[in-house]
Write a protein that binds this ligand. Structure first.
Ligand SMILES: Cc1cc2nc3c(=O)[nH]c(=O)nc-3n(C[C@H](O)[C@H](O)[C@H](O)COP(=O)(O)OP(=O)(O)OC[C@H]3O[C@@H](n4cnc5c(N)ncnc54)[C@H](O)[C@@H]3O)c2cc1C
Length: 417
């Protein structure tokens, strides 16, 4: 059986490993447009910050693929898909001149990921304007940052803040501009964001909230941005961190069901039986997760479905994000910003000590949480959410330092026995 995977990111690589493990006789090919073997995107920040060398990025070097008989084709862009003829068109840019070829498959996995989305804004074609998704982007940002002393990051989400922190580490003066009234609008409520903002400011970042960027100004080269309310912020580099869009072009052109992402069922199957999709490219039950844990879980299920060995099904991923700032660790789990009427919110804020705790309960069970500087607690709460443990008897005591969350897990375990 010939399995072809489009995309050499975490989803594609995890699926390839799953396939060869389940069926050592399988022929597995990965086609990846980027010229590098698999590297970890979260390490790009440390690379930009100058904390690690380039070789440390490569989590799966070439011999990893060779050792598992996974055939890797780098610099190879899949440009067309014929689901009836079971064929792909591939353009290889590595050789000179670039060559095109046709590749057959028995089972196909689309692990094409996502690409940065830049909202309409004047002047984004200027030198010094960037997005960060790939190693090439990181190399370009790093090279430009050497000649700059100020930078602007548009977008105060997780990726934007980490990018800002990385540039700050190199000594640049960095301003973050967030469109919403507070930082991390997808993971934090206003009070939690206030605590986070003061930590970031203490680290030397400048934060502007409620700012809509209208234009990048400068004569050919970026010199700063102008906001809709006419405020002007100077910066020699501008990095847009304003979300991603699933890479769905192949699937759409081939006539599959595509919404925000490529629509898949619980076996990660697209609307074509022998074609699967995973990771940032895929949409499951109306959701594109855009996070590594979801890409990995989906890839494992897809691999099992592709070798047809298992009855594995995907049931969704509990979204968890952790941000490390100023030596602090902020974790947001599940429905952490849910404000629905059927949800109860429990909060404890200590701005001076840089502490924040929040739990969101529905029907007596925790469905979301935010915690700052409390890794062990965040881990326990995640388990309580996953286990659907009834905590209705405890109310605000759940937020106390001396409340034993672990005992709730044990109680739940013994109830199940
Ligand atoms: C800087 C950064 C830091 C991040 N940090 C975190 C983090 O800490 N935690 C977290 O959960 N998530 C993080 N993310 C998000 C995470 O990286 C993504 O969720 C993850 O990479 C998705 O994996 P994927 O394999 O679906 O897609 P990708 O990693 O995007 O891989 C897809 C690959 O497919 C290739 N491709 C696309 N189309 C074609 C084609 N037609 N032909 C050939 N190849 C093609 C692309 O070139 C790409 O290399 C981060 C992202 C970035 C950019």
């Amino acid at each position: 059986m010939k399995h072809v995977i489009v995309g050499n990111g975490v989803a594609g690589v995890t699926a390839a490993r799953g396939i060869v493990r389940a069926d050592p006789s399988a022929e597995v090919h990965i086609f990846g447009f980027e010229p590098y073997p698999y590297y970890r995107r979260p390490l790009l920040w440390e690379f930009i910050a100058g904390q690690i060398e380039r070789h440390a990025l490569y989590f799966r070097p070439l011999d990893w693929y060779a050792g598992r008989s996974i055939q890797l084709h780098l610099g190879a862009r899949v440009t067309g898909l014929d689901p009836v003829g079971h064929r792909l068109d591939v353009e290889v840019s590595g050789g000179r001149p670039a060559s095109a070829r046709s590749v057959e498959y028995d089972r196909l996995l689309l692990a094409t990921g996502g690409r940065p989305f830049v909202p309409p804004c004047e002047g984004v074609e200027k030198d010094g304007v960037f997005t960060l998704r790939t190693l090439d982007d990181a190399l370009a940002i790093k090279a430009y940052a050497r000649k700059a002393s100020t930078a602007i990051v548009i977008g105060g989400g997780l990726l934007g803040l980490e990018t800002a922190r990385a540039l700050r580490t190199t000594g640049l003066k960095v301003t973050v501009i967030e469109f919403f009234p507070h930082l991390l609008p997808r993971q934090l409520d206003a009070q939690g964001a206030e605590v986070l903002q003061s930590l970031l400011e203490a680290q030397g970042l400048k934060i502007v909230t409620g700012g809509k960027t209208e234009a990048v100004f400068g004569d050919g080269r970026a010199k700063g941005v102008r906001l809709q309310d006419r405020r002007v912020i100077a910066g020699e580099m501008v990095i847009f961190s304003t979300g991603i869009r699933s890479e769905v072009r192949l699937a759409r052109a081939a006539g599959f069901e595509v919404n925000r992402g490529i629509v898949v069922n619980e076996r990660l199957q697209t609307s074509a039986d022998d074609i699967f999709a995973v990771g940032d490219a895929a949409e499951f039950e109306g959701r594109v997760y855009g996070i590594i844990p979801a890409a990995i879980e989906q890839a494992r299920v897809a691999a099992a479905s592709m070798v047809a060995s298992g009855s594995a099904v995907y049931a969704g991923t509990l979204p968890t994000t952790t941000l490390k700032v100023a030596g602090a660790e902020l974790t947001s789990v599940g429905e952490s910003v849910a404000e629905a009427e059927d949800c109860e919110q429990l909060r404890r804020v200590d701005l001076a000590a840089g502490r924040y705790r929040k739990l969101v309960l529905r029907g007596g069970r925790i469905v979301g949480a935010i915690s700052l500087n409390d890794r062990e607690r965040a881990r326990l709460i995640t388990r309580l959410i996953e286990g659907g443990v009834d905590v209705s008897a405890y109310g605000n005591r759940l937020l106390d330092d001396d409340f034993d969350l672990k005992s709730l897990l044990h109680r739940n375990d013994s109830e199940e026995v």
